[in-house]
Write a protein that binds this ligand. Structure first.
Ligand SMILES: [Cu+2]
Length: 286
């Protein structure tokens, strides 16, 4: 039987993180948030980064597991310690800790149980999901992709909505002059996301979860790294894949929303789906 507020004997705690006037808040409150837990109780802290910039999460002086990324379970997540988890803009990460534990959120904290360890600075090491957990079936074969796209992020001078400036580009195009990524329902879609823009971007495709195949040519070896918000650092290239199983017209954009306004926004469109909206027009869908 599932206990109240928990799954499989693990207590659930939400940590909705947001910067308000420069102060990091958790569930709307600054400082420390306490979660009641008995010693030895396992607690799943669901961190949601509602800001534009990446944030770090770490657990001083205690082991933890990264049990889910963007709402997808990690397969066989191993215990780690003295590493930080990066949660990019719009992303989610579920950390399972054993009480008493302190989950640091970079200016705020969740205290799980009583007499938790004292605060500690962010560990130098960062957990890399590329090799974390163990492999599991994807449910489809990424080797038989039926579509293959490039999403190359750059930056160039030009005019965006008539305004001159340095704007983000996609495959060299300025918004709204960015072709649709066209798919048909059932396609297995591979996408190479390459960032040569000078800044990192939390890339976010609506309506789908994708899985990371490789970063900078290094194949993923751990649990399937399902995501919907992926931090693509400057100079990095990710190969990702997803199944087109949700017909519609979906934005595929930078989740740092000022960047989206500055043109880092494209669309995935299914064959046979129409819309009265027109890109760049007064009723633009973005
Ligand atoms: Cu961006």
């Amino acid at each position: 039987m599932t206990p109240p507020g928990g799954v499989g004997g693990v207590t659930d705690a939400l940590a909705l993180v947001h910067l308000r006037d420069g102060t990091r808040t958790v569930n709307g409150r600054a400082g420390e948030t306490t979660v009641d837990a008995a010693p030895g109780e396992r607690v799943r802290v669901r961190v949601v980064n509602t800001d534009n910039a990446p944030m770090s999460v770490w657990v001083p002086a205690a082991p933890f597991r990264l049990v889910a990324v963007d709402g997808s379970e990690v397969h066989e997540p191993g215990e780690v310690r003295d590493v930080a988890v990066e949660v990019t803009g719009g992303a989610r990460a579920d950390l399972e800790v054993v009480a008493p534990a302190r989950v640091e959120l970079g200016g705020a904290a969740v205290l799980v149980g009583a007499q938790v360890p004292p605060p500690a600075p962010r560990p130098a090491a960062t957990l890399d999901p590329l090799g974390y957990g163990t492999p599991a079936p994807l449910g489809f074969d990424p080797a038989v992709a039926t579509r293959s796209f490039d999403y190359v992020i750059g930056r160039s001078p030009g005019f965006l909505r008539g305004v001159p400036g340095m704007w983000w580009t996609i495959n060299g195009h300025l918004y709204p002059d960015v072709p649709m990524y066209m798919v048909a329902e059932g396609d297995v879609v591979r996408m190479r996301v390459e960032n040569r823009s000078g800044e990192g971007h939390p890339m976010h495709l609506h309506g789908h979860h994708a899985v990371v195949l490789s970063r900078d040519g290094v194949p993923a070896t751990g649990s399937p790294w399902w995501f919907d918000s992926l931090q693509v650092g400057d100079g990095e290239t990710y190969e990702i894949v997803f199944v087109a199983d949700n017909p519609g017209v979906w934005t595929d954009h930078c989740h740092n929303l000022p960047h989206a306004v500055e043109g880092l926004l494209a669309h995935l469109m299914y064959e046979g789906v129409t819309t009265p909206y027109r890109l760049g027009g007064p009723n633009s869908p973005d």
